[in-house]
Ligand binder design. Structure first.
Ligand SMILES: Nc1ncnc2c1ncn2[C@@H]1O[C@H](COP(=O)(O)OP(=O)(O)O)[C@@H](O)[C@H]1O
Ligand SMILES: [Mg+2]
Length: 270
């Protein structure tokens, strides 16, 4: 890393050590010979928050699944914490649009499930104290023993955050985690997510359809374009941290949103 880059005052963008490295990552789905992703290069540094935004079908989920080791790339390589990603890993946490909690398990039993699957029932029992701490962290203290049908959408997503964090992943891969929530809950959850990431120095990569969400959370926004799916623009978000919701009404925020929207709009008409 150059001295100039190391001196960059924006935390997480160029200051941290590289955590994820993607080099020439491409994906062609064999079934339909579709080039879903072409030559993606990106580096995520420790503690950074990045978002990827782009029209439906441009390859965002494909990219995330490759990063998670859920599907192999057709070309290129993915390295996480110095080791190639060849399958699911303990240091990767994932979260999806739906909380997908099991209705027959209580909140806390849902949260310790990844430990139970990985290390067995006694390890899961031992993890319950940790689960309680996480529930407190996300504001769900007192909801340990209720079933998912008693949780609101926002509460269920918060429980899903706990389930993602229980294995102490170094990186969080988030595929539109809050897009099913109303706008107020979503703003609140975004601030919660920021707080959790900062307190754990987690590296986060978020797929979203929402430009304001991408801007308020990220150090860097990647704009993807389709046919073939690729990263077309990299936009640094130089708003100070910690971010607050009232920043969303500042001219600077508006300019960044407009900048990203113009990049997306151009694509829509090509
Ligand atoms: N398993 C698959 N087999 C074949 N084509 C797929 C598969 N998964 C996704 N695709 C196609 O790849 C492209 C990118 O999909 P996806 O990564 O889900 O996009 P996004 O998440 O941006 O909406 C789309 O055209 C989609 O139809
Ligand atoms: Mg998707």
């Amino acid at each position: 890393m150059s001295t100039a880059a190391a001196a960059n005052p924006m935390p997480g963008v160029t200051a941290g050590a590289p955590v994820y490295e993607l080099e020439g990552v491409g994906k062609t789905y064999a079934r339909n010979n579709l080039v879903a992703l072409e030559a993606v290069n990106l580096t995520l540094t420790k503690g950074s928050f990045s978002a990827v935004i782009g029209s439906s079908g441009c390859g965002k989920s494909t990219l995330l699944k490759i990063m998670a080791g859920l599907i192999p790339p057709s070309t290129g390589r993915v390295t996480l914490q110095g080791r190639p990603v060849t399958g699911p890993r303990r240091d990767i946490g994932m979260m999806f649009q739906q909380a997908t909690l099991f209705p027959w398990r209580t909140t806390i039993d849902n949260i310790v499930l990844p430990i139970e699957i990985r290390d067995g029932k006694s390890a899961a029992r031992a993890a319950r104290d940790r689960a309680r701490e996480l529930l407190e962290l996300v504001g769900l203290k007192g909801f340990e023993n209720v079933y998912p049908n008693e949780l609101s959408g926002g509460m269920a997503q918060r429980a899903a955050i706990c389930r993602m964090l229980i294995t102490e992943p170094a990186v969080l891969l988030l595929d539109e985690p809050f897009s099913a929530l109303d706008e107020l809950s979503r703003d609140f959850m975004n601030m919660e997510l920021q707080r959790i990431c900062r307190s754990r120095e987690a590296t986060a990569f978020l797929v979203t359809h929402s430009i304001p969400e991408a801007v308020i959370l990220s150090d860097v926004v990647y704009v993807m374009k389709p046919r073939p799916g690729r990263i077309a623009e990299v936009i640094e978000i130089d708003l100070p941290r910690p971010r607050t919701l009232d920043m969303m009404t500042t001219p600077k925020f508006g300019q960044l949103v407009d900048k990203i929207r113009s990049r997306l709009d151009k694509e829509a008409f090509l």
